[in-house]
Design a binder for this molecule. Structure first.
Ligand SMILES: Nc1ncnc2c1ncn2[C@@H]1O[C@H](COP(=O)(O)OP(=O)(O)OP(=O)(O)O)[C@@H](O)[C@H]1O
Length: 361
């Protein structure tokens, strides 16, 4: 059983400070939905309102179509998982998992059976009689998930549950969480400030800044078609060019910038309008000769080896640093510091946004 969640014009004020400003979103039953944004943007407050620990100042929250106003956390069909797992160290794993069932008066044999089923689900078979101290960080995380699933919530709320784990384990647990979510069909609402996590796991992502949801879309759209400068800047890296529209024609326009006139897609812009062009480092190409268009001469200032790719930094004549990423295929030639090169981009690869489109923040 999973349930959808609707937030309708939801606001949350703390005194005169508005932590969540007019949030509207419909999360579908069985969806993996992430709220992504920097520290303090209101993610946790949204999760607390859904779980019932905080009431909205305005607006309505519905879970499975039912208005949950006034319902206490334990009356809602939600389970919450924090970074701090709060497992009971003196109880074996299976009792930890089935604790919520014991509170509900379920008999011991049924509890044990349920705990073992859930341990299979989170791929920890055989761990039932171990103690919490015998498990690794990632294994404890899975026990916490199993414990939350034991009470059969319609919605799982996850508050940065992976942030205490090391990078390798975090990446592994992303895939695990996603597959547990798919197997159970439970709606997952995940909050994180880590864009990689949100993009890798989610069906859809809501990007937040200063209490406002800036964009709701699937991960590809968030990355490829950001709706404003905040989203473009927060999700991934960019080379940013400030300029204004010149000679708009069907589908394409010129953009006059301090580094020359570029050609790129038009969008809904008028001639003379101030814009920013966002070009991803992986779409910024490096070459020894100038291309016919969208080519910027640079002096290479830094080459950093990142493993899967090599980040090459170059300073343009106006002092702006641009970054191009070269895929490390084992034979990539890397330019020397101080060499004169050109960085260029395909007209179709630039995201163009009106300069004013950066919503509050
Ligand atoms: N109980 C409270 N009283 C006053 N202000 C609060 C309260 N809870 C949160 N805030 C403020 O509301 C804003 C949003 O907080 P929230 O915890 O939702 O952010 P967040 O995006 O989850 O950040 P983080 O990733 O750091 O947890 C912050 O500026 C915070 O200081």
């Amino acid at each position: 059983m999973s349930a959808g969640i609707d937030l309708e014009n939801v606001c949350c004020d703390f005194g005169s400070f508005r932590a969540v400003d007019n949030a509207n979103v419909s999360i579908k039953p069985g969806e993996f939905f992430s709220f992504l944004g920097p520290s303090g943007c209101g993610k946790t407050t949204i999760l607390r309102m859904i779980s019932g620990f905080t009431e909205p100042t305005q607006g309505a929250i519905r879970i499975g179509g039912k208005d949950v106003r006034g319902l206490r956390p334990n009356q809602r069909p939600t389970a919450l998982i924090f970074q701090n797992l709060a497992l009971f160290p003196l109880m074996p794993i299976w009792e930890n998992i089935s604790f919520g069932l014991e509170v509900r008066g379920v008999d011991k044999a049924t509890r044990r059976k349920k705990a073992e089923e859930l341990l299979e689900l989170v791929e920890l078979p055989g761990a039932a009689d171990k103690m919490v101290s015998q498990l690794s960080g990632g294994q404890k995380q899975r026990v916490a998930i199993a414990r939350a699933l034991a009470v059969e919530p319609a919605v799982m709320l996850l508050d940065e549950p992976l942030s205490a784990l090391d990078l390798k384990l975090r990446q592994h647990m992303r895939a695990e969480l996603r597959s547990i979510q798919k197997r159970t069909g439970v709606t997952f609402i995940y909050i994180t400030h880590d864009q990689g996590e949100a993009l890798a796991m989610s069906d859809r992502v809501g990007v937040m800044s200063q209490g406002r949801i800036q964009q709701i879309a699937d991960p590809r759209d968030i990355y490829n078609n950001p709706v404003n400068g905040f989203v473009a800047g927060f999700v991934g890296e960019n080379n940013v060019f400030t300029g204004s529209v010149r000679n708009p024609a069907t589908g394409m326009a010129g953009y006059e910038t301090k580094l020359g006139t570029f050609r790129a897609r038009l969008g809904e812009l008028a001639s003379g309008e101030n814009v920013k062009l966002y070009v991803r480092p992986e779409h910024t190409l490096l070459s020894e000769t100038a291309a016919a268009e969208n080519s910027v001469p640079v002096t290479i200032s830094e080459v950093s080896f990142e493993g899967a790719f090599i980040a090459v930094h170059g300073v343009a004549e106006n002092g702006q640093t641009l970054v191009a990423e070269i895929r490390n295929d084992g034979s990539a030639t890397v330019p020397a510091n101080g060499s004169q090169m050109f960085m260029q981009f395909d007209p179709a690869r630039a995201a163009i946004l009106p300069d004013a489109a950066v919503a509050k923040g």
